[in-house]
Design a protein around this ligand. Sequence first.
Ligand SMILES: [Fe+2]
Length: 224
Amino acid sequence: MKEQLVYIDKWKSNIHLIYNFLDKIDLEKAIEYLDQIQITNPKKTNTLGKANNRHLLNESQRKFFNDIEMKYETFMKKALQKVAPNKVHIATKLNCALAVLPANCSYPAHCDGLIKVLSGVIYIGEVKNLGTFVLDSKNDPNPQEIEWENNKMFLFSRKHNISWHNYKSNNNIRYSMILNLVTEEKFKHLRSEIGFLRAAYFYFCEYTKNFFIRFRNRLFNINK
Ligand SMILES: [Fe+2]
C-alpha cells in the first residue's frame, strides 16, 4: 500500500491518495457484488450498502460491508487526522457502500453533505475510466482530475462551499467502493469548518428556506 498526501490548490487543502488499498480477496468480493447491482437508474449512480433502502442486502453482502467497516475504521480515523485534524473531535463511524455509474453518465458538482466528515472512493476496474474532478467552484471550466487507477483510493474532507467536485464515466461502466466516516453531529461539523456564528447563520437560513418550501407545498396540495 503506497500513500501520498497531495496539496490541492483549488481547495487550499490536502487530499490523501492510497494505491493498492484493498486486499485481493476484498477486491474480488467487491467486484462480485458490484456485478450484482441492478441498474435501476440508467443515468445515475446505483448503490448497494446498508444505508440504501432500495436494495436489500443478503447475509453474505451484509457480512462483507460489516467486515470492511470493522477492518478500516481505525485507518480512516488516522487518515482524518492527516487531512483535517480540526475534525477529529467529531463522533464518526465508518460506512461502506458500492456504487455503479453506467457508461457515459455524470454526477453533478457538489461539496459533499455535512454527514460526511471524511469521504473516500476506491476506483475499481482494470479498464481505465474517469476518476474524480476537483473544481474551484460549481462551474469551474478547468477541472483537475484525480486519475483513475484500479484499487486506488481518493480521500478528502469536505469544506463548506469550497470542496466542489464531480465525477463521470467514459464509454465503460464505472465501479467504485465508497468509504465514508459519517456523523450525526452536523452542526458541530459545520462549526469546525466555518466557526459558530457563520454555522448558526447558515442553519437559520436553511431552516427558514425549508419552512417556506413546506408552506408552499402545503398550499399547493390544498389548492389541488
Ligand atoms: Fe462527493
